[in-house]
Design a protein around this ligand. Sequence first.
Ligand SMILES: [Zn+2]
Length: 426
Amino acid sequence: MAHMTNLRARIAADRQLWTDFNAICDCGGRLAGTAGERKAFAVLEAQAEAATKARGRSITVPYGGWSAKNARLRLPGEQWVACHALVRSVATSPGGLTAEVIDLGRGTPEEFAAHADDITGRIVLVRHELMFAAGTIHRRRKYMAALQAGAVGFLIAGSVAGQTVAGSSGRQDGPGIPAAGITPQAAAALRRTARGWPVATLLIETEEGPAQTRTLVFDLPGRSDEWVVLSAHVDGHDGSESAMDNASGLAAVLAVLRALASQVKDFRRGVRATFFSVEEWALIGSAQYVAALGQAAHRTIALNVNLDCVGGSHSLAALTSGFAGLEPFLLRVAEAMGIPLRTVRPLMQNSDHANFALAGIPAFRLVAGFDDPNANLRYLLTPSDTRDKVEETELQQAAMLSAAIVADACNALPQHALQWRKARLA
Ligand SMILES: [Zn+2]
């Protein structure tokens, strides 16, 4: 385990990690299609080239471009407040969408079912949930439930006072309903009263059209044609620095590259770093990447290590996507590094690792603050996802663990790597 001590020391001494994190936050929220996203790619390209001494290659990613020009909500009593149009929300008519609002609380399937007769023609209001918790119901599922029940609009309220919540509606092309994130105060003003359902006006102006971004790939070949893919997503949401989500993961990937670059040529497998975008838009970048690889190439990927939200808490979890055979390996590396790690097995389609997992490639997401309602991760998707929520030692710890996992995965014996592909423990 000599190399583990080495990795620890190297990353602890790597001042560039914190510099990179701040430089990525400086790009702003990095919503796909914005100048901030492009600037972040340029920062990553320069830093990854410096780390690897290799040239990156860019894969073009076409997607349905979208931006919100205006988003406002008029509460009962004629007061207009800010709201945040969900990514790919359809526009309202220029005069806005005026309708009654039905508050379905958290927005569980039970709440939708019990109100099946009340939803048609109304705007559904639900709550945003802590994203990293067992049993979380994803915003996109609630949006789909509202759409299917005949709602004419969709509002989702965050829990941070005074802050709207962002996110994707999950709509691709075609029909949809206007959808926006609101503050908890606005949600409180939309309570049903004895007089009936409150009436609100939602105004959303958008622009849509074909757009393209890229996936940026750096290859550090090992001694075989097999790879360990280390990934993180570049894009985020406007209105914040998208610091935890996911400047933290991007900076950690760069630190892992710096720590390992000079050694990879002697590894059994190579390290491939992939920087994806339009992750926040239903994982589009990684979906296109994995689909284009084809099945033969899928077999050459031993493991996908996906870093998404690795700062904001010192507690780390690996979301192992159903690959039970991967868990003993991850726990062994974490114990050898002296970094506590929890494994969480259900496949969670909440980041790019899901597309690898769905293709049968062992894949996990490293994430901080899982199941901890007090962790700073509660500020995700709000304007408070800023750099002050992250400590340098959190990034160092995540980078150390990731580097050790990547190094050991690159060097694992073929019969051990085969175990990772198993969904059940022997
Ligand atoms: Zn993310």
